[in-house]
Design a binder for this molecule. Structure first.
Ligand code: ADP
Length: 496
């Protein structure tokens, strides 16, 4: 029996005001209906924002270390329930069990990390230029946040947003991806169990246009954090700019792995494989372009192709499977369309993965790992985000050419180089125009204690994750305090 899911508003679990619902199905098996989900609209948004607004003052005045303790308790519960949450993530999102457990682990890590931030949240004290006067900066909460998340990290990305917002003293209305609502609900239940006061975190299920957008536009929302597609992010950026709202967006990537002639080839093949086909290519940091030096091209391609063919495809609940399904029929059609585009553009379909319907996979949306060679860097398959298990291999003859190809895209999220020459890796570190650079490691695997984000069309606004220089800078604003205890009028910048 599918679980009947509710919205969470002001500490109460409630149906959508209009009473409409939709289903959440497993992408690995469309017979597996996981939840019946409230299909909310603007009236639910209004209630949730009102609750978040009402809770804001008292939460913002709760000492930050106490707010942190609550996150610590949430992290403890998440840890205890890791396996159960991992299985749910696997069923609802499709990523294989090892990766689903990793998704939950990232949520745990972020909760612990942000719990600790409750005892830091540092500002600065600096000397004043005048006697009998001091000067300091303090972080203050922003207000009510709208947090809109995608489906590809159904527990990690929500916690990336919820944990810093909450520890910084904000209140939240959370609109999770419509594809992974049950995972989102579990997370909110955990915050409730951890003792979060009513109204601090509210959950409204539903679709982007009917819930997400009214939420972003709501006059009582002070800030918006969005992870998803470029087209939606850019649309929301305009709304937020017009309304003077804080805004951060994390969107696309087209991430390169450079493999130099002096690379440890086995390591590079393993890294490229993990980057390209981990999470079935459905990561914003997925390695979708392999830029390989002419001198080792044949050896690399032979080994990479061989290892790709060995990957096992199927429902991730079966621990033997390494590549799970594509999230939805819509996304499945898009990935298959890109394979056709690559063929039409004249790239060689070196490994024709394509639609995969063997056995029970016929009940899901599976695409087998697909490799294009003879790819020109200007082709659409080498420029646009595919978000599926399709990788383009591009030749290069030296480091300069490799970096030019790597940077020759609209995005700048992640990048990687395999080389054993310290000078080459140092040049790549300096020259790669991306928010993340990995040396002798793949494009995926960011850790939560450092900021995460990219350059160019990959995002806008401050970085997510991390502490200072990252999420804390988005979820607080600076207040600068000058205190004059000299007892006389002192004028800054005015000569005596
Ligand atoms: P994807 O293609 O990965 O599903 P989207 O950008 O469509 O990416 O969706 C990411 C999140 O943004 C989801 O929670 C979705 O419901 C939400 N969303 C989609 N359209 C809008 C919109 N117009 N306004 C606000 N949120 C939206």
């Amino acid at each position: 029996m599918p679980e009947v899911i509710k919205n969470y508003i002001n500490g109460e679990w409630v149906d959508a005001v209009q009473g409409n619902t939709f289903e959440s199905n497993s992408p690995a098996d469309n017979r597996d209906v996981i939840g019946i989900i409230p299909e909310s609209d603007i009236s639910d948004v209004d209630k949730a924002v009102a609750a978040a607004r009402a809770a804001f003052r008292s939460w913002s005045l709760t000492p930050a270390p106490k707010r942190g303790e609550l996150l610590y308790r949430a992290a403890e519960i998440l840890s205890k329930r890791k396996k159960e949450l991992g299985e749910l993530c696997c069923r609802e999102m499709g990523k294989v069990m090892a990766e689903s457990l990793g998704d939950v682990q990232e949520a745990i890590d972020m909760s612990y990390f942000m719990a600790g931030e409750g005892r830091r949240l540092q500002g600065e004290t600096v000397p004043s230029e005048l006697p009998g006067k001091d000067a300091k900066s303090v972080r203050v909460p922003v207000g009510v946040f709208a947090q809109i998340t995608p489906w590809n990290f159904p527990t990690a990305i929500p916690i990336w947003k919820l944990a810093p917002a909450i520890v910084c003293g904000n209140t939240v209305v959370f609109k999770p991806a419509e594809q992974t609502p049950v995972c989102a609900t579990r997370l909110v239940e955990i915050f409730e169990e951890a003792g979060l006061p009513p109204g601090v975190l509210n959950l409204v299920h539903g679709f982007g246009e009917t819930v997400g957008e009214p939420l972003v536009r709501h006059a009582e929302v002070d800030g918006v954090s969005f992870t998803g597609s470029n087209v939606v992010g850019e649309h929301l950026a305009v709304i937020c700019a017009e309304q003077h709202k804080e805004f951060v967006m994390e969107t696309g990537g087209k991430n390169p792995v450079i493999v130099m002639d002096d690379a440890n080839l086995d390591l590079a093949v393993e890294g490229a494989l993990w980057g390209a086909f981990g999470t079935t290519g459905q990561r914003c940091t997925a390695a979708s372009r392999l830029i390989v030096h002419d001198d080792i091209y044949d050896a690399f391609l032979a080994s990479f192709t061989e290892k790709t063919k060995q990957l096992t495809i199927g429902n991730g609940l079966n621990l033997e499977n390494q590549v799970g399904p594509i999230i939805s029929k819509e996304q499945y059609d898009k990935v298959l369309a890109y394979i056709e585009i690559g063929k039409k553009e004249g790239a060689t379909l070196h490994l024709d993965g394509g639609a995969y319907t063997k056995g029970d996979c016929a009940y899901g949306t599976f695409i087998a790992p697909t490799i294009f060679t003879d790819v020109n860097p200007r082709m659409r398959i080498a420029q646009e985000e595919i978000f599926g298990p399709v990788v383009s291999i591009i030749r290069c003859s030296d480091l300069e050419m490799a970096i030019e190809i790597a940077n020759g895209i609209a995005f700048g999220l992640s990048s990687a180089i395999y080389s054993q020459d310290v000078n080459k890796t140092a040049i790549a570190e300096r020259e790669l125009d991306a928010g993340l650079v990995y040396i002798n490691a793949s494009t995926i695997g960011a850790e939560i204690q450092l900021p995460f984000g990219g350059t160019k069309h990959t995002g806008a606004g401050p970085r997510e994750a991390g502490g200072r220089g990252g999420a804390l800078d988005f979820y607080t604003k600076w207040k600068i305090i000058y205190r004059d205890f000299s007892g006389k009028l002192q004028k800054a910048q005015i000569d005596d």
